[in-house]
Design a protein around this ligand. Sequence first.
Ligand code: SIN
Length: 313
Amino acid sequence: MPSPILISTKIAGFGLSSCLYNASGPLCSDADELHAIGISHAGAVLSKSATLQERQGNEEPRYVDTRWGSINSMGLPNQGYEFYARFSEQAKTYDKPYFMSVSGLSHDDNLHIIKEISGFENIAGIELNLSCPNVPGKPQTGYDFEQSRRLLEMVFTEVKQPLGVKLPPYFDMPHFEMMASVLNDFPISFVTCVNSIGNGLVVDPDLESVVIKPKHGFGGIGGDFIKPTALANVRQFYTLLDKSVSIIGCGGVKTGMDAFEHILCGASAVQIGTQFMREGTGCFERVANELTDIMRSKGYPDLESFRGKLKDI
Ligand code: SIN
């Protein structure tokens, strides 16, 4: 009998039977979608980013899948934080942690939401979104190091659950270091690298037009296009942050090999966004099986046998 291959992991002190779960974004906005993740092979359930009030989001079309990935400018359509907080009651029936993504439109909104949800014991952790590129007129907080510090100072006075942040992708070495030095000053539980690459542009050459309506066609880029950027961010934050902080890889994960690469760079868990939107919840089982096969063929019994062990040449 071959020994079992384990892809279980721990985030924010909670055990996940699979290291694979959904990115906050696609198919996690309403109760049916969250339930589908709850009963799937995903290792956790993560909500759509919640704002103070319900939002319709940006005008359609606002999500387009291309051969190499996606462009979106959803604009945070969501049911408001109270809905996602209440959903934690239902989420406790799934045998996995429920994480709530929070993306207030101001520091005060974030503080208000975090104060209000602190009493919900079935919210295992909060993923504070510092990186939505799609709300017209609102900058991505994660690109402003002082504002990021200010926001973390505010929320850490109130938060009761473990808190992590979802970062935008960084591209310049000093920027990785600046953000890491902010994060290392707080008791952050996890860091999700990365959100979409903000404000890309996809062109339809036949129509000679943009492909999504909001923001003159500018939107967040996800999928295959962004895997090398995502891996670089996972690797840099794995290297620069305190070892108590779990890194969650997100970006360009379509196959077990993509997940393997994220873990090799240092990720403790891996989120799936664009591919989840294409394939639905079946992706969590398929990618898990592919990852398990790769680990078996390489002789790795669990994630810790290779996590972070990327070699230089
Ligand atoms: C959106 O709703 O616009 C996407 C969420 C995000 O990129 O954080």
